[in-house]
Design a protein around this ligand. Structure first.
Ligand code: NAI
Length: 286
């Protein structure tokens, strides 16, 4: 998508951190933005702040782990802007924990927010983008926020499972949607300066008290301390937003924010390759 000016975007998790950085960078590029978030107060504050810069933005409160709320947010977007070209599936929570911390409510929460909202976002917004594309030849683009934790699994396998899912969905849909004029990118950030370690604040009411504590306390303490420090001193979310704008314009399959975990990806691929080496030369029995 080479011209972003005048296009319409829908961004989830837009009241804080990376989603807010993306909404702001899109608005600066001349895109009209519908910002969605479960935190109505923060959302109202950020919509007002961006509106004061003359950005054409609006907000809709939605818990994206509920398909009906995502549908209502899509309806509100169409009502406000008439069409939609860019979908940013960004909302996510640091949950899922490690073996020993699991319970069903925790899985419902982390899979709902991190993975099902991406599935439903594409299911709901895909046809709207296709319709706009066909009518006006305007095309579309989907960016879903995974993580480097979607390419390398370490200490939070629950979170990793959802983020690997977002990478798989994006890689799998890219060729299919290219044929329909819709680009697909997966954003894999490293450590970004956001409130992800305070994800407990976003536990939906229906799961309150049932979700095993999601953030720092669910991680091995050494890693939690390192991650908390790295996030506190992390990359500026608006810089990530600017990279996303560039990624949409250039139709990048992967949008990375830095090279910190590149060697981890190399190690994973080497381990996979070593698995093939174990059976190289053997003839399978059919
Ligand atoms: P954040 O906590 O600052 O922002 C997340 C936003 O999503 C918040 O405004 C929150 O209210 C909203 N949200 C949470 N649950 C929601 C729900 N059910 N419905 C609607 N909105 C909901 O965290 P951050 O870091 O900006 O997270 C954004 C994405 O970036 C997530 O998908 C996260 O997994 C991913 N990520 C973050 C990294 C980091 O270092 N901060 C690194 C890699 C990926």
């Amino acid at each position: 998508m080479n011209t972003l000016v005048g296009k319409v975007a829908f961004v989830t998790g837009a009241a804080s951190g990376i989603g807010l950085g993306i909404a702001e960078a899109l608005a600066q590029a001349g895109v009209k933005v519908m910002m969605a978030d479960i935190d109505g107060e923060a959302l109202a504050r950020e919509v007002a702040r961006l509106s004061a810069t003359n950005a054409d933005v609006a907000g809709v409160r939605a818990d994206v782990s509920l398909k009906a709320e995502l549908q209502r947010a899509a309806d509100a977007t169409m009502e406000r802007f008439g069409k939609v070209h860019i979908l940013i599936n960004n909302a996510g929570v640091g949950g899922g924990g490690d073996y020993g911390d699991w319970n069903d409510a925790g899985w419902e929460w982390v899979i709902g927010v991190n993975l099902m909202s991406v599935v439903w976002g594409i299911e709901i917004f895909g046809p709207l983008m296709e319709a706009g594309g066909k009518a006006g030849g305007e095309g579309g683009h989907i960016v879903s926020t995974a993580s480097m934790a979607g390419l390398v699994a370490a200490v939070a396998p629950g979170y990793n499972a959802t983020k690997y899912g977002v990478v798989a969905l994006s890689e799998g849909l890219r060729p299919k949607l290219a044929a329909k004029g819709i680009g697909v990118s997966v954003l894999c950030p490293g450590f970004i300066r956001t409130r992800i370690m305070e994800s407990a604040r976003a536990v939906p009411e229906r799961l309150a008290g049932k979700v095993a504590l999601p953030d720092a306390s669910a991680l091995p303490s050494e890693f939690a301390a390192m991650a908390a420090q790295a996030i506190q001193n992390g990359i500026d979310p608006l810089y990530v937003g600017e990279l996303v704008v560039e990624g949409i314009e250039g139709d990048w399959p992967y949008i990375f924010t830095d090279n910190q975990f590149e060697s981890g990806v190399d190690l994973r691929f080497a381990a996979i390759k070593a698995g093939f080496d174990k059976i190289r030369g053997r003839t399978p029995r059919y």
